[in-house]
Design a protein around this ligand. Structure first.
Ligand SMILES: C[S@@+](CC[C@H](N)C(=O)[O-])C[C@H]1O[C@@H](n2cnc3c(N)ncnc32)[C@H](O)[C@@H]1O
Length: 282
């Protein structure tokens, strides 16, 4: 992957990287998508499961629409876009270390700028970047012992500059349809619905994204196609998922070593693949 080649028609490609640690982040995929994806040939770019935004920051489309159902996440994007100096000043003032971490964790605020700063700080400094709250809604992840960690404010400023061109919303993925027109590119990276065979039946991990959500997504893809637009979907390579997204388009299996599922995971069930009506190759 060579971002300079890929964006050869552009003069101002500045390297950006995700500012959050995000479960299911696609940094690894970005490294494998090659020059066959020419972002300049699409009329607009849509990413309705944006998470940490690995693909967005790699492609840096000029006309982009991003969204996610995680409100706190999208509030953070908005404040990086509009109030970067204030966000950085707050993070910088928090300090590094165990005591600082637990002080930041205790902050209760309605100020959106401070919420964004706190979100970035805790994401980087907590144990594994996990987001977890207790029944009272309090964030309860322990300190991650990143004693020498330094925030990359330079990257954050560049991200802020880039986001000036990006429309940011917090919503369910279907909301993105309202903006999709002919020749748009939609990158879809939903949570995967894992399954395992139990007593001869397929059981799904339905906590975050159910099989019905996958079917809803499949119908949305039909609508994307009917508008003359393009999609790239990443998903688990599983017989049921292949059936749900069978549209006669290309299915590209991806082989990679992954920790998903832990040591007891049944190999083969957690392989991934790409479904697409574009001509990308990996
Ligand atoms: C696999 S992650 C995306 C990771 C992202 N591609 C990256 O590189 O970091 C899936 C995202 O979908 C979001 N999500 C879950 N259910 C959703 C829904 N119904 N509509 C929109 N977003 C949803 C989650 O908040 C999560 O950020």
């Amino acid at each position: 992957m060579n971002p300079n080649n890929m964006n050869s028609k552009r003069t101002s490609y500045v390297h950006l990287h995700p500012f959050l640690r995000w479960a299911g982040g696609k940094k690894w995929l970005v490294r494998r998508i090659n020059d066959t994806l020419d972002i300049n040939s699409y009329s607009s770019y849509h990413e309705p499961f944006v998470g940490g935004g690995a693909m967005l920051f790699h492609l840096q489309p000029k006309k982009a629409y991003i969204s996610d159902m995680n409100e706190q996440l999208m509030l953070t994007y908005l404040n990086i876009k509009d109030h970067i100096d204030d966000v950085i000043a707050l993070i910088d003032g928090y300090g590094i270390g165990e005591a600082a971490y637990y002080d930041v964790r205790k902050i209760r605020t309605n100020n959106p700028i401070e919420k964004a700063a706190q979100f970035i700080y805790l994401n980087q400094m907590s144990y594994n970047g996990i987001y977890r709250v207790n029944s009272a809604g309090d964030y309860n992840v322990p300190w991650g012992k990143r004693i020498n960690y330094q925030f990359d404010f330079d990257n954050l400023r560049k991200v802020s500059k880039y986001l000036k061109h990006v429309r940011i919303e917090s919503m369910d993925f279907e909301g993105c349809l309202k903006r999709i027109r002919k020749n748009a590119l939609v990158f879809l990276d939903p949570p995967y619905t894992h399954s395992k065979i139990e007593n001869g039946f397929i059981q799904y991990n339905q906590k975050t994204f159910t099989l019905d959500d996958q079917k809803r997504l499949s119908i949305m893809i039909d609508k994307i196609k009917s508008r003359g637009a393009f999609y790239i979907l990443t998903n688990a390579d599983h017989v049921v998922i292949r059936e749900v997204f069978d549209k006669g388009d290309r299915v590209i299996p991806i082989t990679r070593i992954s920790g998903i599922g832990g040591k007891n995971a049944q190999r083969g069930q957690y392989e991934e693949c790409i479904f697409t009506n574009t001509n990308i190759t990996l």
